[in-house]
Design a protein around this ligand. Structure first.
Ligand code: CP
Ligand code: NVA
Length: 308
């Protein structure tokens, strides 16, 4: 944190140290089990700016804030003056005078950086074109709940090198587990985040999904066309044709492997219905874990909760 900043943001997974992440998982577990009974957000207001659609992120932040004693305000760019060109910096300054924290989901990651630079309250990244950090922390929480730990586990990412894939790279960088990605040529993850993750973890990039999935403990995929890429759907269907996670591909993972998907999913595209609706799928626990991990994040950055 810069010395002039009295609050902390959560824009990407490396904003927390390895120890802090371990503490966040423990806090989220306590919240899930109902052991954490404090209400650190009493009297606090969270503003939630969304310029893209959302079911899970919006509902989990809103519900989580209420459960912690606070109040959340949903702000769509269709209603905000941002949608009519008011600068992000001015929006940050004004919201900082009225609320205690801001969640933002938008397109350009630079816009979130800009908001955080000018806000005097914590800013949490609810998804950008570059990152989806809350999602991947929920995914790792799910892995820990299934295997007791994420350490020594192999995660396979099959599909687009998108925002979720990039946050997996950041997680491997911070936590050091094995990560194998299979992406078609032209759809690789962010090269800087890939290079940095490779410095600290066994991270490999493949063109053949069978190579990446071999022996994996957790198999993860996502839509072929993320929000903002809808017009590329047809071209992407061609490029990703051999990347569907189906029963045959899953059989190359570890026998007790779990299947993860951030949702929403397109059955018959990136995942077959028998896999996402089958016994190895933990996608509903994974979706629920968004609530628990984000409550832990809110309690820490907005509610003064201490980790450890
Ligand atoms: N996984 C996820 O972020 O879902 P929403 O787009 O519904 O928020
Ligand atoms: N990669 C997807 C994630 C949706 C939660 C997207 O950005 O649309």
């Amino acid at each position: 944190m810069p010395p002039t900043q009295s609050h902390r943001d959560f824009l990407a997974i490396p904003d927390f140290s390895k120890d802090e992440l371990t503490g966040l998982f423990a806090l989220a577990d306590r919240m899930k089990r109902g052991v954490h009974v404090r209400k650190p957000l009493v009297g606090k207001i969270l503003a939630m700016i969304f310029t893209k659609s959302s079911t899970r992120t919006r509902v989990s932040f809103e519900v989580g804030t209420t459960q912690l004693g606070g109040h959340a305000i949903f702000l769509s760019d269709r209603d905000l003056q941002i949608g009519r060109g008011e600068p992000i910096a001015d929006t940050a300054r004004v919201l900082s005078r009225m609320v205690d924290g801001i969640v933002i989901r938008t397109f350009a990651h630079a816009d979130v950086d800009e908001l955080a630079r000018h806000a005097d309250v914590p800013v949490i990244n609810g998804l950008t074109d570059l990152q989806h950090p809350c999602q991947v922390l929920a995914d790792i929480l799910t892995i820990r709940q299934n295997f007791g730990t994420h350490e020594g586990k192999k995660v396979a990412w099959i599909g687009d090198g998108n925002n979720v894939a990039n946050s997996w790279l950041d997680a491997a960088y911070r936590l050091g587990f094995d990560l194998a990605l299979a992406c078609p040529e032209g759809y690789d993850p962010d090269p800087k985040l890939l290079a940095r993750a490779k410095e600290n973890a066994n991270v490999t990039l493949h063109r053949d999904p069978r190579e990446a999935i071999a022996g994996a403990n957790a198999v993860n995929t996502d839509v072929w066309a993320s929000m903002g890429h809808e017009e590329e759907q047809k071209a992407r269907e061609k490029a990703f044709a051999s990347f569907t996670v189906d029963a045959k591909l899953m059989s190359a993972a570890a026998p007790d492997a779990i299947f993860l998907h951030c949702l929403p999913a397109h059955r018959g595209e990136e995942v077959s219905a028998d896999v996402i609706d089958g016994p190895q799928s933990v996608v509903w626990d994974e979706a629920e874990n968004r609530l628990h991990i984000q409550k832990a994040i809110l309690a820490v950055v907005m509610g003064g909760e201490r980790l450890g």
